[in-house]
Write a protein that binds this ligand. Sequence first.
Ligand code: KE4
Length: 429
Amino acid sequence: MSDTTSRALFERALKSIPGGVNSPVRAFRAVGGDPVFVERAEGARLFGADGTAYLDYVGSWGPMILGHAHPDVIRAVQDAATRGLSYGAPTELEIRFAERIKELYPSIEMLRCVSSGTEATMSAIRAARGFTRRDLLVKFEGCYHGHADHLLVKAGSGLATFGTPDSGGVPEGTAKTTLTLGFNDERTLRALFADRGDQIAAVIVEPVVGNMGCVPPAPGFLEAIVSVCREHGAVSIFDEVMTGCRLAPGGAQERFGIRPDMTTLGKIVGGGMPLAVYGGRADIMSGVSPLGAVYQAGTLSGNPIAVSAGLATLAHLGPALYERLESLGARLEAGLKRAIAASGVVACVQRVGSMITVFFCEGPVASWSDADKADRKRFAAFFGGLLRHGVYWPPAQFEAAFISGAHTEADIDRTIEAATQSLAAIADE
Ligand code: KE4
């Protein structure tokens, strides 16, 4: 499936880097074959090490909503770099960035920049625990919030039981402070709060899940999280690292008209550079050092190059972009549904805006227990067929694919054609 150049690079990479990659999903373990090594990217396309062009639906796992190497973003980075790469001192840029984020996210009264989504969620949870002086954290099965220890926890035997580590190296004690519930299971959420609400520091949720594939919230579910947290003095945290600026300029909370206590952002806000944000109510954020007792720090936090890329990206998040993304997303969704129907393969398509997933199981997929029924082998075959047609889909069933403003109707139609061929081949197996 991979070109010889990528093959040779992969063999070399394996000698120095675990799995040959700097992030596990890139290793193509879920789909087989060797990863494509990328040499450059532009617009909606990646260019492999052997020069092959691929129509890109990973978009660096979300950041590249404008497409790769957008000239305004590149120019902003180049210009900023001439003034030095990092100072370790405050800049006016960071104030401008913070003010822009507050305009887009009215629920964020104060915020801190960090360098990754993991840092953002880890810090938001620490701020919530410091504010409430409580330990317990609630998350939902199938949601991923980065690789901090207390978030690498799988659901206990029954839901709403103490977590057990979902990764090597995570102490049992750490996992025990995390309770995992079913996404969209409002009843269990309310029952847990009725039973232990006064011990719960925070609930963290992907308001539209991308990390089990694209799974939207059931009507009222997000509102229930925010209200039940308010009732019990816990903190609601919307992890919008993926949905932020993706589903609307103001993320899922703008799309659904909901105001969480805290929000984490990443990916798009940095335009592809290492920049993420955590923030929310001023009374919570004023507990963060040096104002309060919750410590959080970072050498490259608010880095001027990353903030320049972020500001240049945010400048393009106007209504026209989201209208275009909605139109392209609807076109792709309809085409994929036609292709699935024509092939007779059991699969469903779920989409919110420009986040889309083909699940190889009956729909609808409303939780991890639904998603877990997906046929991984058929997804791998689907992925392989697309790749052979020059379409680079996320190399894992439980991920969302992303459309950018650089994609065209012709790109979408080409993707539909590739999917039609790939599904027909699966049906013939
Ligand atoms: P990072 O630490 O990878 O910047 O962000 C962690 C994170 C937090 N919250 C959400 C909702 C996320 O989706 C992520 C990271 N997403 C994955 C893709 N599903 C990043 C890709 C990867 O791990 O290589």
